[in-house]
Each structure stands twice: as structure tokens, then as C-alpha cells.
Design a protein around this ligand. Structure first.
Ligand SMILES: Cc1ncc(COP(=O)(O)O)c(/C=C/C(=O)C(=O)O)c1O
Length: 354
């Protein structure tokens, strides 16, 4: 019996040699009883991808992507990132012993993610523009300098991330009716859809869940395409949201994500920053699940879809919560009352506790 970790599924992954691995995957699947009851849902689950080595689901793509870089004899890896991809690339490049170059949108990356990219030794460049421009630049850089590009345009990233769906099926013991993911570049929703398609081909499962994508209201190109039944996604020029991880106007995997949603009878919805931050608090205080804002969007989206009567209360729903709370401490400090500071005596302590 193989442990429930990402490489349990090695026969479905492209790496032939020894992978560059930090024991990623095997993240918890929590039944959210209290929050589910509040939302009118009996079977609401959270797959906590913040419990990966670098604190986000990106580790799944990077263990495969960096392993492939080594297998292909690449010397340097690079990416543009809203933060978690750069943190994960720095971690896995360090494990592999090769240099990493990461491009970040200056002033719009959560503190924890910058700390990781720096401490794990990546060359961290902050671009005075948004993520979409950083992605264009790193693409040109890789072509002109022969670096290995590890954004989710790289199919090996999606190969690793498809294991989220495999683990959900193995942990739930069945296919959920719906899988909900926050959507930025739309790689993750596409990857999970691809993996479950492979499980169907292999006869492990006999049906697909409804793939559901949630975006931030100020950065919702995929939602507009789905709700407007458009043939393709029209990029947002100036995406804006407090959930900086999904502050992406031109999702590179848009076409795959549209297919994933449409072929499975899924849907897409957007949530406001206020709804995202309220759900981040609810997840932490009602379920003990600590996630960064973008991750809370998936559960905030389900709350909204329930309120709009767009989902059946009996559905078995898995919300993928994608990054750890510690990634974005500044947003937490801004949202919460500060600690109560007192003199170090019992009287003062008792006076503030009454
Ligand atoms: C916490 C968190 N939640 C959701 C997403 C969206 O996933 P995709 O729809 O597959 O992009 C991201 C994406 C982050 C980056 O795109 C990056 O790090 O450059 C994230 O960090």
C-alpha cells in the first residue's frame, strides 16, 4: 500500500527518473460540518493545499516541472508569479541545486511569498507592472536566454497539479458532485479536470464532478466568458483584488478552463473582496482552517451559489483551498483588531478579560 502522497500516482506522471521531491501532496480533506450547516450544505469538504511543503498547491506542479527540467538537462528555471509559484519554484530549484529567476509584480505580492522566494535563494526581480506583463517578459527572457519556463503554460506543471483530483477521489472514496477552485491563470481547474478524465479512461471512476471556478469580482475574465456564454475569454486590462494571488487579467489556461467547466456542466462565479475576507475569517474561526484570501474565494463562491439557488443542497462539494494563511500576514493584520497590550501584572490582565 503506497502512502497518500503525490508520487503514489507516479505511473500517471511523466517523470522517468528519481523525482525532485519534498514529500508533497497527501494534503488533508476536511469535512466542514459547522460551516456546511451554516450554508445549508450537508456534504461540504475542504482540500487544504496550504499543507504542502511551501504552503500552496504549486508544489504539485513544481515537483514534476523541476524534475522534468533536470531530466531535460535544463540549467536554469524561471517564472513570473503572483507569489506562490515563485515561492514553490525557489524551494524546488534549491532542492534540485539549480538557479531560479522569478519575476513579481512590484508591490502586489504577499509578504510570506516574497520571504520564501528570497530565503530559498531565487533571484527575485520586481517588475513595475502587473503579473500579466511579468509573464510576457519572463516568456521573452526564457526564449532569448534558453531558460526553462515553469509557469502553467508548461504542461508538466499541470501534470503534477492533476493529482489533487486523484487524492480527492481516493480520500472521499467516491467522485464528488462538484469541485470548486479559485481561478487566476486557470491552470489548476484545468489540471484537475484533466486528471479526472484520465481516471475515467482507466475505469477508476465513472463520472466527472461539475468543475466550478471562482474569481474575484475585480478580476473575473473567466466568469464573464462563462456567464456571457462567450467563445473565448476577454482579458481584463487592470485586474484588481485584495486576493493578490488571483489578481490576473489574462489567464493563460482560459481555453482549457472553459472546456473543463462546460464539458462537466459546471459554472463560474465571482465574489467581492469583502466576501473573500469574511470567508477567510469564517474558515479560520469556525473550522480551524487557515488560508490566504484567494483560497477562501472558493468557499465564498459556494456560499454565493447556494444563496442564488444555483446548487443543490445535497451535493457533495469539495472546495480546494489553495494556500496557507501565513502567506499573507499583512492582510490578516489589517483585518483583525491588534493584540491588547497591558502592563505585566495580573490586575491589568483580569481587567481586560472581564
Ligand atoms: C493561493 C492561490 N490560489 C489560487 C490560485 C489560482 O490558481 P490558477 O488558476 O491555477 O492560477 C493561485 C495562483 C497563483 C499564481 O498564479 C502564481 O503564484 O503565480 C494561488 O497562488
Amino acid at each position: 500500500r503506497r502512502p497518500l502522497k503525490l508520487w503514489r500516482y507516479r505511473e500517471l506522471l511523466p517523470v522517468t527518473g528519481e523525482p525532485v521531491s519534498l514529500q508533497e501532496g497527501g494534503t488533508p480533506l476536511y469535512h466542514m460540518k459547522r460551516l456546511g450547516e451554516e450554508l445549508g450544505l450537508k456534504h461540504l469538504y475542504a482540500k487544504h493545499e496550504g499543507m504542502n511543503p511551501s504552503g500552496s498547491f504549486k508544489d504539485r506542479g513544481m515537483t514534476v516541472g523541476v524534475s522534468m527540467a533536470m531530466q531535460l538537462g535544463m540549467k536554469t528555471v524561471a517564472c513570473a508569479s503572483t507569489g506562490n509559484t515563485s515561492a514553490s519554484l525557489a524551494v524546488y530549484a534549491a532542492k534540485a541545486g539549480i538557479p531560479a529567476i522569478v519575476l513579481l509584480p512590484a508591490g502586489n505580492v504577499a509578504l510570506g511569498k516574497v520571504a520564501q522566494a528570497l530565503m530559498h535563494g531565487a533571484k527575485v526581480i520586481a517588475i513595475r507592472d502587473n503579473f500579466d506583463r511579468a509573464l510576457e517578459m519572463v516568456h521573452d527572457l526564457c526564449i532569448s536566454e534558453g531558460l526553462y519556463l515553469l509557469n502553467s503554460v508548461n504542461p508538466y506543471r499541470l501534470e503534477g497539479q492533476k493529482t489533487i483530483g486523484f487524492e480527492i477521489v481516493d480520500q472521499l472514496g467516491d467522485v464528488p458532485d462538484r469541485i470548486v477552485l479559485p481561478v487566476g491563470n486557470a491552470g489548476n481547474i484545468s489540471a484537475v479536470h484533466k486528471g479526472l478524465g484520465e481516471f475515467i479512461e482507466l475505469g477508476f471512476i465513472d463520472r466527472m464532478p461539475m468543475m466550478t471556478g471562482i474569481q474575484a469580482a475585480g478580476s473575473q475574465p473567466l466568469v464573464e466568458a462563462i456567464m456571457g456564454n462567450l467563445p473565448e475569454v476577454i482579458p481584463f486590462k487592470t485586474p484588481e483584488t485584495v486576493a493578490t494571488a488571483i489578481r490576473i487579467g489574462a489567464p493563460v489556461n482560459a481555453e482549457k478552463a472553459l472546456r473543463a467547466i462546460r464539458e462537466t456542466g459546471g459554472t463560474a462565479a465571482s465574489v467581492t473582496d469583502e466576501e473573500i475576507l469574511a470567508m477567510q475569517r469564517d474558515l479560520a474561526r469556525k473550522e480551524g482552517i487557515g488560508v490566504e484570501p484567494a483560497s477562501a474565494a472558493s468557499v465564498a463562491g459556494i456560499k454565493k451559489l447556494m444563496e442564488e439557488g444555483r446548487i443543490d443542497p445535497d451535493e457533495r462539494i469539495v472546495c480546494v483551498v489553495t494556500g496557507h494563511l501565513l502567506k499573507d500576514p499583512e492582510t490578516v493584520i489589517r483585518q483583525c483588531d491588534p493584540p491588547i497590550e497591558i502592563d505585566a501584572d495580573i490586575q491589568s490582565l483580569l481587567s481586560v478579560l472581564r
